[in-house]
Ligand binder design. Structure first.
Ligand code: GYE
Length: 329
């Protein structure tokens, strides 16, 4: 009798325990996330942050890497819809081409939260919220830093001509991070009282990668070796690739050619500390906590801002060594 009683108690306990466990597992929020790929140090930091933040938030993350292809992202989003995830998150590799798949998500009543890059859709209700960085402002900051540096240091054109000549390594064609930074940079240049003092010699995509940054810089140097005064690389990886091309051409990065990047990743800090780069406009990849917080609020029926930009600064070689130990990515 006693035995059977305790057995019964054990059995009940086990049932209860398994019920609670099953419920906890069922209740776990499931979030599908389509990342662009792993093109840069920034992207790796962003991916690591999303994965760590998912754990902190206690959600189940279905992570998909699109290997730089929009069609893979569209396919991943469709898979998330068929899996009936609770929220879909994605980083739009390019700005356009999302309407159809987002309409499918809307029809399935799955909220969509956009991270990092901006997108253009015919109907803003196709996504609930967007978390990211102000990429136009980053472009403006890059030009303003250059203008200030050139003025303060009385930088003269290397070829003895009248203009400070700039080359630009653009990001992925059609990506908001490239479109925005180009727009902001050109806008700030046009608004500068020194605008006639500058000339953009060449501007070409390096696809946000180190390898392409190096290749395109090599071709810029073939044509304009003695004319380039400034490089604006729309991300640090391309700047780091370009530094190799500049050294291979027998020039001194950061001295013969002023180098400004974007992202503020550790590799760029190291280059600044070594005296091979001048400045970088910060782009903060640590957006995971805000992303999952937003997803939870949406699922709780709370209202969330349509668009949130995270804070960012500008760093240059003068403080790089001091700031480096505090950098998280
Ligand atoms: O600057 C670049 C990355 O979308 C802001 O994408 C991001 C950009 C970042 O590959 O390094």
């Amino acid at each position: 009798m006693r035995i059977s009683k305790s057995l019964l108690a054990l059995g009940l306990g086990a049932i209860l325990a398994s019920t609670t466990f099953a419920q906890a597992a069922d209740d776990k929020i499931v979030i599908g996330f389509s990342q662009i790929g792993a093109e840069s140090e920034w992207r790796t930091a962003n991916t690591n942050d999303v994965k760590a933040a998912a754990e902190r938030a206690g959600v189940e993350l279905k992570f998909s890497d699109a290997q730089q292809k929009q069609e893979n992202q569209i396919r991943a989003i469709r898979t998330f819809i068929s899996q009936k995830v609770d929220v879909i998150g994605f980083v739009p590799i390019v700005e356009t081409g999302w309407d159809n798949v987002l309409r499918e998500a809307k029809r399935a009543k799955i909220p969509v939260v956009v991270m990092d890059r901006d997108l253009k859709v015919s109907d803003d209700s196709l996504y609930v919220a967007k978390i990211g960085t102000d990429q136009v402002e980053e472009g403006r900051k890059a030009f303003r830093w250059i203008d200030e540096y050139v003025t303060k240091n009385n930088v003269k054109p290397r070829n003895g001509g009248k203009t400070i000549n700039i080359v630009v390594l653009e990001g992925t064609v059609g990506a908001s991070a490239a479109v925005g930074r180009t727009k902001g940079f050109n806008e700030a240049l046009a608004a500068s009282s020194n605008k006639d003092h500058y000339k953009i010699l060449a501007s070409q995509t390096g696809d946000f990668t180190r390898q392409k940054g190096q290749e395109v810089m090599e071709s810029f140097l073939k044509t304009y070796r003695n004319d380039i005064d400034v490089l604006f690389a729309q991300n640090d990886d391309m700047a780091l690739g370009a530094i190799q091309a500049i050294e291979a051409a027998g020039l001194k990065p950061a001295k013969d050619i002023i180098i400004v990047g974007a992202d503020a990743v550790k590799g760029m800090f190291q280059a600044m500390i070594e005296g091979k780069a001048n400045a970088t406009v910060e782009c903060n990849p640590l957006q995971g906590d805000l992303f999952f917080e937003t997803c939870k609020k949406i699922l709780n029926g709370e209202s969330v801002p349509k668009s949130v930009y995270v804070e960012e600064g500008v760093y240059d070689a003068s403080t790089a060594a001091e700031v480096f130990p505090t950098r998280k990515y």
